[in-house]
Design a protein around this ligand. Structure first.
Ligand SMILES: Cc1cc2nc3c(=O)[nH]c(=O)nc-3n(C[C@H](O)[C@H](O)[C@H](O)COP(=O)(O)O)c2cc1C
Ligand code: SF4
Length: 680
């Protein structure tokens, strides 16, 4: 088939292995007892998750990381039984090959100081990333030798299973091998520390050991962060920020890349960042598109081996152009393939508007695996459970009513229609999308806008009858015209009534998102959840002086919010000088001043010692402060709008879904709708 993206669909070689096109699924760890086995191999369901992406057209798949270190009882570890690992992995390798794709296994030395705990050794004793008051211990030379041996043996077992290559994880993202290569995180005095050559010795020995065991022709890829973007421990550097690099800088990166090539590396699979700057490796919505492309292209100039690039890089036109110009060789896709397993085939066919976009929320993927739940996707509930969540045709075709055209309502309508039911959707406003229309208004929410456009197109293509501007009443529902009814009536904003606050000097969150700019210079945002903080960021970028008031002790205490998203938003608020007051509540507004009561508490400081010179008791002590204020944004959450549902309680086949059930997030709305509709 001729594609609009000729270069993207041209073959490329990694070592001697030919890949049919330039689209690679980059590694995403699955950490799940359902998707993996104790011997480190993938279960049938785990393998089927990858095979679905091969069927969807990608040329090369990197598995999620598989550990070469023993992490304790019950943790997947191929070295416990390499023979069974090999046997079990064959199903995956064969399944990928059936679709003409290739597969590399990613093997990891894990995390060092980036581990959530002190059990993993680091190059030197180093402050733990998650708790910098404590240190991970220094790795012994015997441990280094053991790791190298395990890398080679697991790579060989993977080769026997039919894998086409291996990827070493990772001189990237601040993992153990990355820490070895960086001066600031490697203070060793032996041959593994000191000069750049010494600091690269460990990963280079891993490359050579794999080549020795598997043969020179067995490709070895290296996951590689071109630049660390670190200002110090636990301090990332934002895009465009001026800073002195604490981690790997361009010059050292150029030299390191050449040395890896000389050691036998066949592919540099590039991104940027470190746990300390996690938003480069795991770009949230606030990160620019293709954020790592320029740096991957910089490395490409230093080496003769192919270079791949990932990171919010789902634009086939840009990828095609970058490949044609020789800036990179492969387009790396991670999350876009969770959101839409068929993305490569849709690129091939030029059906870009049919791609369900990743919205960079991390709710269904990164956050879930760190909570030890199966990998999935907020916008694609079938991800990771392709068979059990597949949508077959319903045996009995029904008449379905959907009340409410927000994300939950549209998903229920879409899934019902895909199952062959006749669907009618009613939305009381003049447009589909619900609260998501406003929430996606800021310029850093373009993927949200794409998701809305995707839903609207699917609804139209599926022939769903949509009635806009019509509010559905009980009588209409109870006429008995419908076999199944989905009530997706959304939520309403919590209101706030305080002395001095009125319609002229305060705006509620949904309207604030819609308007973007608001009158006045001194802005007070009431509520430090995700919405409040995003509005504060948006206002601060417009040059306003912004203060966030949060009643509880922390901002952004949002269930499922990834540290990548959290840290970036916190750093953006700091960068734009947004003042954050926690344990603080507004009492009223008078003469241009907000009266704020702040509760002082004796939290331990970062060193675990008293923060106050004198303890104040568990309830704390209230102090009253006055802030200059021109305008308030009220963002204090939502209440379910379930009036219709409550009045329909006698109806049997009524499903209450999304925010109307319990206000939460995109994932909640879409998953509830999918799960309810897939079984009707
Ligand atoms: C759930 C999840 C798990 C990941 N696990 C790994 C991993 O095991 N190894 C790795 O090298 N990168 C891992 N990554 C990083 C991805 O490979 C990729 O670089 C990142 O998601 C940015 O690319 P994207 O914007 O296309 O998703 C993971 C990312 C996600 C979202
Ligand atoms: S959960 Fe969110 S970030 Fe992860 S793949 Fe899905 S849409 Fe993208």
């Amino acid at each position: 088939m001729s594609s609009p993206f000729r270069h993207l669909f041209s073959p490329v070689h990694i070592g001697k292995v030919e890949i049919k096109n330039r689209i690679a699924m980059v590694s995403m760890g699955v950490y799940s007892p359902r998707l993996t086995r104790p011997d480190g191999s993938y279960s049938r369901e785990g393998a089927d998750y990858y095979i679905a992406r091969a069927k969807g057209g990608v040329g090369l798949i990197f598995t999620g990381l598989i550990t070469i270190t023993d992490m304790g009882p019950g943790e997947p570890f191929p070295m416990t039984n390499l023979a069974s690992y090999t046997e079990n992995q064959k199903y995956l390798a064969d399944g990928i090959h059936e679709h003409g794709a290739k597969i590399f296994v990613q093997l990891t030395a894990l995390s060092g100081r980036s581990a959530e705990g002190l059990h993993e050794p680091a190059p030197s004793a180093l402050p733990n990333f998650w708790d910098p008051t404590k240190q991970n211990p220094e790795m012994t030379r015997a441990e280094i030798k053991e790791y190298i041996h395990n890398f080679a043996e697991t790579a060989y077992a993977s080769q026997l299973a039919g894998f086409d290559g291996v990827e070493i994880h990772a001189v990237h993202e601040g993992y153990l091998l990355d820490q070895f290569t960086i001066k600031a995180t490697n203070r060793r005095q032996d041959e593994y520390g000191g000069s750049l050559e010494n600091r690269l010795r460990f990963p280079c020995e891993v490359i050579r050991a794999i080549k020795d065991r598997c043969g020179a022709d067995f490709p070895v890829s290296l996951r590689y962060s071109v630049k660390s973007y670190m200002k110090g421990f636990n301090r990332g550097a934002l895009p465009g920020e001026e800073f002195v690099e604490f981690g790997r800088d361009y010059e050292e990166s150029r030299q390191a890349a050449r040395m890896f090539q000389e050691a036998g590396c066949d592919l540099l699979n590039c991104d940027n960042g470190s746990y300390d700057a996690w938003y480069w490796s795991h770009p949230p919505t606030y990160m620019p598109k293709a954020c790592n492309l320029a740096d991957a292209a910089f490395i490409k100039k230093a080496v003769d081996i192919p270079v791949a690039c990932a990171g919010k890089f789902d634009d086939p036109e840009l990828a095609d152009q970058a490949i044609s110009e020789g800036r990179i060789d492969l387009m790396g896709l991670g999350r876009p393939l969770l959101a839409d397993p068929d993305i490569a085939n849709k690129f091939l066919e030029g059906r870009l508007e049919d791609i369900r976009p990743c919205i960079c929320c991390h709710q269904g993927c990164l956050s879930r695996i760190f909570l030890l739940e199966d990998i999935s996707c907020a916008v694609n509930p079938a991800c990771g459970r392709e068979a059990s969540y597949a949508l077959g045709q319903a045996k009995v075709k029904k008449k379905v009513l959907v009340v409410g055209g927000g994300l939950g309502g549209m998903e229920a309508a879409r899934v019902s229609a895909l199952k062959g039911h006749t669907v009618e959707l009613f939305e009381k406003t003049g447009t589909l999308g619900g609260v998501f229309v406003s929430a996606s208004a800021p310029d850093f929410k373009d993927d949200d806008k794409r998701l809305l456009a995707w839903y609207r197109k699917q609804i139209a293509d599926l022939g769903i009858t949509v009635n806009l501007g019509v509010e559905v009443g009980v009588g209409q529902v109870e006429k008995g015209l419908y076999d199944e009814i989905f009530v997706a009536t959304g939520a309403v904003e919590r209101r706030l009534s305080l002395p001095g606050l009125n319609d002229d000097n305060s705006t509620y969150a949904i309207e604030a998102f819609q308007k973007g700019d608001l009158p006045g210079q001194n802005m007070v945002v009431i509520g430090g959840g995700l919405t409040g903080c995003e509005i504060a960021y948006d206002l601060a970028r417009r040059g306003k002086a912004v203060t966030i008031l949060e009643m509880t002790d922390t901002i952004l205490n949002v269930p499922g919010l990834s540290a990548a998203n959290y840290n970036m938003l916190v750093e953006l608020l700091e960068y734009h000088q947004v003042a954050v007051m926690t344990a603080a509540r507004l009492k009223g507004f008078k003469d241009g001043r907000a009266e704020v009561v702040k509760t002082i508490k004796n939290f331990p400081n970062v060193a675990g010692r008293a923060k106050l010179s004198c303890a104040v008791g568990p309830e704390g002590r209230d102090v009253t402060l006055y802030l200059p204020a021109d305008h308030f944004v009220v963002s204090i959450g939502y209440l379910p709008n379930n009036d219709l549902y409550r009045r329909l309680a006698s109806e049997k086949k009524v499903h209450l879904i999304g925010d109307a059930h319990a206000p939460a997030n995109v994932m909640n709305a879409i998953w509830q709708a999918y799960e309810a509709a897939k079984d009707i």
